[in-house]
Design a protein around this ligand. Structure first.
Ligand code: UDP
Ligand code: MG
Length: 310
């Protein structure tokens, strides 16, 4: 009797200094995947840890593990990209290595991809919050990015998601140095389902996302998905030109009323020149900015369009 070959599923798990919990994380994932009827490969991406993470992963001696060692700490997004580039399966799932992304959801995520969704995006629901600072900055980030960009990123959708090969191939076409996967995924526009979940507490250790790393992620997202900051210079320039016009009208009203003697000598011409010159300069810098923005978009080499396979 012919048995149907099991579907391949790749798990991508970036880890940075997770020696306290890596074994526990792996055991918890195994407890789930050992019961599932799929062929799993676990891509652990060691993002330049300087503790025993790598040794412990090697000690696990599990033939399903594929360890990718980055030469230094490149950051979570780069580590995920390394895993995505290495993955070969038809279904690819990225999750954190700190136990916050419950492996118990894997089955449902895989089944949804098999049903035809290209992106199964989990969404953190609000009951658990790491800290109020993280909560506030994260909510501000989503509000800002969704105002400024045409690519909409749903609040609380971090890097715990399942993707079809088609979605991953599209992602691989977008090899961006300042890439932010949750934005790039949303940008592809493939069929998506949002799966709410309640994140667990970190199983141990501390968050590796410092405030600096979070700010850098937010800046990357805003600048890679929006040209709005460029238009700030242009708008300021426009405002200064408007002020120059207002000043001109104001001064003219004195001439019409024959009250020029009440004007301080030299004030009107000086103000006018300052406003006009500053306004024009701002506008010209803004134009240069827009060109740079367009160049930035071109060098990112995002595909102009993506075609659905089925
Ligand atoms: N991580 C990484 N490189 C980094 C920072 C974090 O690979 O520079 C990994 C980390 O080991 C974890 C995941 O990315 O598996 C998410 O990080 P963390 O849990 O510290 O972030 P938080 O959940 O606090 O946002
Ligand atoms: Mg975490």
């Amino acid at each position: 009797m012919n048995t149907i070959p099991k579907k391949n599923v790749d798990l991508i798990i970036p880890v940075y200094n997770e020696e306290e919990i890596i074994k526990h994380t792996h055991a918890r994932i195994c407890a789930v995947i050992d019961k599932l009827p799929y062929q799993f490969t676990l891509y652990y991406v060691n993002d330049g840890s300087n503790d025993r993470t790598s040794t412990l992963l090697n000690e696990l001696n599990d033939s399903r593990i594929n360890l990718i060692e980055l030469s230094r700490n490149f950051g979570h997004q780069a580590a995920l990209t390394a895993g995505i580039d290495a993955s070969k399966a038809e279904i690819i799932i990225s999750m954190d290595g700190d136990g916050q992304h419950p492996p118990e959801m894997l089955q449902e995520m895989i089944e949804l991809v098999i049903q035809g969704y290209d992106i199964v995006q989990t969404q953190r629901i609000d009951k658990y919050q790491p800290s109020s600072l993280k909560k506030k900055t994260s909510s501000l980030f989503y509000k800002l990015i969704n105002k400024m960009s045409n690519t909409k990123i749903v609040q609380g959708t971090a890097d715990f998601r399942a993707m079809s090969r088609q979605a991953v191939d599209a992602l691989k076409e977008m090899h961006e140095y300042h890439g932010v996967l949750r934005g790039m995924i949303a940008w592809t526009g493939f069929s998506t389902i949002i799966l709410p979940y309640q994140p667990d507490e970190r199983s141990g250790g501390v968050s590796k996302y410092s405030l600096r790393k979070m700010l850098s992620l937010a800046t990357d997202a805003i600048f890679s998905f929006s040209l709005v900051p460029l238009y700030i210079g242009l708008s300021f320039g426009g405002l200064l030109l408007f002020l120059a016009l207002a000043e001109l009208t104001y001064v003219l009203s004195f001439w019409i009323r024959g009250e020029t003697s009440t004007l301080a000598p030299g004030w009107s011409s000086l103000m006018f020149i300052i406003l006009i010159v500053a306004g024009l300069q701002m506008i010209l810098i803004g134009f240069i900015g827009v060109y740079i923005g367009y160049i930035f978009q071109e060098v990112k080499r995002r595909p102009v369009y993506l075609v659905k396979k089925d």
